[in-house]
Design a protein around this ligand. Structure first.
Ligand SMILES: Cc1cc2nc3c(=O)[nH]c(=O)nc-3n(C[C@H](O)[C@H](O)[C@H](O)COP(=O)(O)OP(=O)(O)OC[C@H]3O[C@@H](n4cnc5c(N)ncnc54)[C@H](O)[C@@H]3O)c2cc1C
Length: 415
């Protein structure tokens, strides 16, 4: 699918222009319409597909599943909602005074209100050999198709980065019978996002499936032959022979457009509770933003479907004249092998972690208390704990640590 029929190709004036067509962008446009915004809406994206789900790209998609089920909305949604979906066009400059956005085909769109939902991109790997053929990243459906094809032909893959995307790809590669190594610069897997206990648990799971894991190890360079990657050389002298390298070293927010136009940017486009940027005519939502988060008690940038979707919808409501502060409980999930890891809330560090369930059985949750407050719950194959956690943390009601530790205590009694 490319440009929607709702867009004639000659329209240049819109009441709302949304730049970036993914969770946050679809959220802004859809929620504005639902909240009664009657003006003309354009949703501009530089990818050519209908806006689609990214999480399956590092999970089922690599195993040949989920390919057909990716679109976030059917094509008819944009038509019916009167949203002009302009695909395959990149916004290259923003003129705040003239209130117009310049696109990469030389055309310009004038806006009454603008929403920036430009998301993030895969961080670049910076080492000699990073440019070799066979060194890839994973962010888009195009990346996933390329990775999938290369993985099919590969015998050994080295994954640089032991975060969610790297580990999900490792799990898929193992399922495809590949030899898999993970090189992580930090001292534990998914160290930025989960407790040491969950890191250790996931380490055991991956090691048990045959993944070679090197922690506290940096990649010095990638060796190649005839322009193609053949090995990863680590700073401890280890040489990992491979025919494919996945660089999964994080994501960088796409803030350049905002910064060049003089909007406040601090590790993300700075927005307030209502997704307003430093210009009252411009909103922003999703992975590209830095927002004040009530659950963390500080400003931060989140990279999750929940945040992009909910923040987008909050922005859309506000744009339509129904201001709605963004106060959703953060949550996230990851699927690796037969492990469903789910997190709700945000732990700032220094928590007291209470175990509920059985680590041996592979079904447990960690209730993470900061002082008296339940800051987060991390669950392994315990979706009911996760779902209750979302309700309890949102409501500001939670079990005492003693209740959380007691398998006989029914969390539903608090709801
Ligand atoms: C492989 C993978 C697996 C993931 N798994 C999970 C998961 O299990 N759970 C979870 O919660 N999250 C997961 N995420 C993260 C989640 O997908 C993101 O948080 C979410 O996609 C963010 O949505 P967004 O709309 O803010 O931005 P994005 O999805 O990044 O979309 C931004 C869009 O804007 C476009 N764009 C950027 N600049 C311009 C421009 N100048 N002009 C026009 N278009 C532009 C981009 O090309 C892109 O299409 C995963 C991400 C990836 C890549």
């Amino acid at each position: 699918m490319s440009t929607s029929p709702a867009y004639s190709g000659t329209d240049t004036d819109f009441d709302l222009v949304v730049i970036g067509a993914s969770y946050a962008g679809v959220g802004v446009a859809g929620a504005a319409r639902e909240a009664g915004f009657s003006g003309r809406i354009a949703l501009v994206g530089d990818e050519t597909e209908l806006p689609y789900q990214r999480p399956p790209l590092s999970k089922g998609f690599l195993l040949g599943k989920a390919g057909a089920n990716l679109p976030l909305k059917a094509a008819s949604f944009y038509e019916e909602a009167g949203i002009a979906f302009i695909a395959g066009r990149r916004a290259v400059a923003l003129d705040r005074q003239a209130r117009q956005v310049l696109l990469d085909d030389g055309s310009a769109l004038r806006f009454g209100t603008l929403a920036l939902t430009t998301g993030a991109r895969a961080a670049a790997l910076r080492c000699p050999g990073a440019e070799l053929d066979g060194v890839v990243t994973l962010r888009s459906i195009e990346d996933a198709q390329a990775l999938s094809e290369r993985l099919g032909a590969a015998a050994a893959i080295v994954i640089i980065g032991g975060g969610f995307i790297g580990l999900e790809a490792a799990s898929a590669a193992i399922a495809l019978g590949k030899q898999v190594s993970v090189v992580e610069a930090g001292t534990r897997l998914i160290g930025h996002a989960v407790s040491p206990e969950i890191s250790a648990y996931m380490h055991r799971i991956h090691a048990g499936h045959g993944v070679t894991i090197r922690l506290a190890t940096k990649v010095e360079r990638i060796e190649g032959k005839d322009g193609k990657a053949t090995a990863v050389l680590c700073d401890d002298g280890t040489r990992l022979a491979c025919d494919l390298v996945l660089s999964a070293v994080g994501a960088v927010p796409n803030t350049e457009l905002a910064a060049a136009a003089g909007l406040a940017v601090e590790d993300g486009i700075v927005v307030d509770d209502f997704c307003r940027t430093s210009d009252p005519a411009i909103f922003a939502a999703g992975d590209c933003t830095s927002h004040p988060n009530v659950f963390a008690g500080r400003r931060l940038r989140l990279s999750s479907v929940q945040n992009a979707h909910d923040q987008g919808r909050a922005a859309g409501g506000t744009i339509a004249g129904k201001p709605e502060a963004y106060r959703s409980v953060p949550w996230f999930w990851s699927d690796q092998y037969d492990v469903k890891l789910q997190m709700v809330g945000l732990a700032n560090g220094g928590s007291t972690d209470i175990l509920r369930g059985s680590v041996e059985d592979g079904r447990f949750s960690l209730f993470r208390y900061e002082g008296d407050r339940l800051a987060a719950i991390e669950s392994i194959n315990k979706p009911a704990d996760h779902m209750m956690g979302r309700r309890l943390i949102a409501a500001g009601r939670w079990p005492t640590p003693e209740q959380a530790a007691d398998p006989g205590f029914d969390l539903r009694s608090l709801a």
